[in-house]
Design a protein around this ligand. Structure first.
Ligand code: AHR
Length: 506
């Protein structure tokens, strides 16, 4: 069966800029994300630069990844940065108490992370330890990384082979303080966040963008407690500029809870419940934004979703604590839907980090220890959408769309579209979440003359399709035929598909 849709895109109306940092990533010391994913060590037979796996770096460079959050997650609130500097053979072996109690040899530490960011061309986003670390420890980590002048921390950095300070902008003040980061009340954490942030100084030319650890999902009370710390309703005095952004975390599952349902085997109903959950991040972002608007109408404080993505049951035969899951076309649609929603909220939402880049949760890349590497369907969404980075969002009106699908008590819109313009080009992204209905989409591209269109599609015969070491291209982008005539573009979007159309503007 087929349905049709009529969509209008206003190419000459520029909305808020879609920060490239909405396409950010997250790498935690968890399972095989760092060790076996990014890091193989200098003695590995797998090609590496200074221990960093080169095929992983090369694949990620193609995504133009803007930033990388590290070292956690929950791990961040157990991490003591001094364990991860100096000669590797002298670094202590510690315990990764959140993720399986495995030994952490600390071979990947501050210098290795900064080298990785340099290779990727990504900005570092360092997440400091509030839960079990001191103010002084966090303050000195900032100093170690970013100070130019003399100090004990700077002398230590130089002794470890790095003379010049690095530039570090994004700085996380703890993680999930309501849970693994210390099981705190919002008000307790809000005060701590202000205190820790105060002592994370701007050294020399470096300007920190301090990110307070935010809510789980739609816990708006948490956001409000943090907003009260930086501003108070009705105050005429200058707001206390202690942190510059507030985060929140949002994971997608099929309604049965995180880590419960398998990644590859799912029913039609589970597919739609997953899409409904993914779509609900729209309501969650709108809720946090509304609270922030009340305290900060000029939007000086950014909202950051620094953990998002699907969380399925770990693959059979793997350590459950390692959160290793397959990634299907369904995951790709979760990602494309998130991006449409992120674009819509670009005025307040300034950064987002999918969890996690390699081998953990909704990964871009799966690796094995023999040098095998698989690009997941989610990877391809990031690649196909990269033209939205730092582009101006433009209004999209779905005038007439396919019938919504009823999922329990809810209705799911199965067509999702967003668009942006940048440097004489436009990019339109379209997702068809329906499982058995294709949609003929008529796009009226108003306001600019179009000289050329190139379209690509990501789909497969089933939403369960995924890539493996043996079949790495089961889900991969392909050319997509579209018709363009007098500013009207017609495309037939098959069921469970994601497509992008790149337009050259006169
Ligand atoms: O991404 C996995 C974990 O999920 C993170 O460590 C934590 O912040 C969240 O609960």
């Amino acid at each position: 069966p087929a349905s049709s849709a009529h969509v209008v895109v206003d190419l000459d109306v520029s909305g808020p800029t879609i920060s490239k940092h909405l396409y950010g990533h997250f790498a935690e010391h968890l399972g095989r994300c760092i060790y076996g994913g990014f890091w193989v060590g200098e003695d590995s037979a797998i090609p590496n630069e200074g221990g960093l796996r080169l095929d992983v770096v090369e694949a990620l460079r193609a995504l133009d990844i803007p930033n990388l959050r590290w070292p956690g997650g929950c791990f961040a609130d157990t991490y003591h940065w001094r364990d991860g500097i100096g000669p590797r053979q002298d670094r202590p072996i510690t315990v990764n108490s959140n993720w399986g109690g495995v030994e952490e040899n600390n071979h990947f530490g501050t210098h290795e992370f900064m080298a990785l960011c340099e290779l990727l061309g990504a900005e570092p986003y360092v997440n400091g330890n509030v839960g079990s670390g001191t103010v002084q420890e966090m303050s000195e980590w900032v100093e170690y990384l970013t100070r130019d002048g003399g100090s004990p921390a700077v002398r230590l950095r130089k002794a470890n082979g790095r003379d010049a300070p690095w530039k570090v902008r994004f700085w996380g003040i703890g993680n999930e303080a309501w849970g693994c980061g210390g099981h705190m009340r919002a008000e307790t954490y809000a005060d701590l966040a202000a205190r820790y942030a105060t002592f994370c100084r701007d050294h020399d030319g470096n300007r920190l963008h301090r990110i307070a650890a935010g809510a789980a999902d739609d816990d708006l009370r948490w956001t409000e407690a943090l907003m009260k710390t930086v501003n108070c309703l009705g105050c005429t005095s200058t707001p206390r500029d202690v942190f510059q952004a507030i985060s929140f975390h949002y994971y997608t599952h099929d309604g049965d809870g995180i880590a419960t349902s398998p990644a590859v085997e799912f029913t039609d109903e589970q597919h739609y419940r997953t899409m409904l959950k993914a779509a609900d991040i729209d309501r969650v972002i709108a809720g946090h934004s509304a609270v922030m608007d009340a305290y900060d109408p000029l939007r000086r404080i950014g909202l950051v979703c620094d953990e998002w993505g699907t969380w399925w049951r770990a693959e059979p035969g793997t350590n459950k604590a390692f959160l290793h899951q397959q990634n299907t076309l369904r995951d790709a649609l979760v990602a494309s839907l998130h991006f449409d929603i992120f674009h819509k909220h670009a005025a307040r939402l300034r950064m987002a980090n999918i969890a996690q880049t390699v081998n953990v949760l909704q990964a871009m890349i799966l690796t094995d220890d023999d040098g095998g590497l698989v690009l997941t369907p989610t990877y391809h969404v990031f690649e196909m959408n990269k033209g939205h980075q730092d582009a101006a969002s433009v209004p999209v009106h779905v005038i007439d769309g396919p019938a919504a699908v009823t999922v329990g008590d809810d209705e799911l819109d199965v067509l999702s579209v967003s668009a942006s313009t940048k440097d004489g080009t436009a990019l339109v992204s379209m997702s068809n979440l329906a499982l058995d209905t294709g949609t003929t989409v008529r796009l009226d591209l108003r306001g600019r003359e179009i000289t050329a269109a190139r379209a690509r599609i990501l789909t497969a015969d089933k939403p369960h399709a995924h890539n493996t070491m043996r079949a790495g291209d089961a889900v991969a982008p392909a050319e997509f035929p579209v018709e363009l005539e007098s500013g009207r573009l017609t495309a037939v979007l098959p069921p469970h598909s994601f497509a992008t159309v790149a337009l050259d503007l006169a």
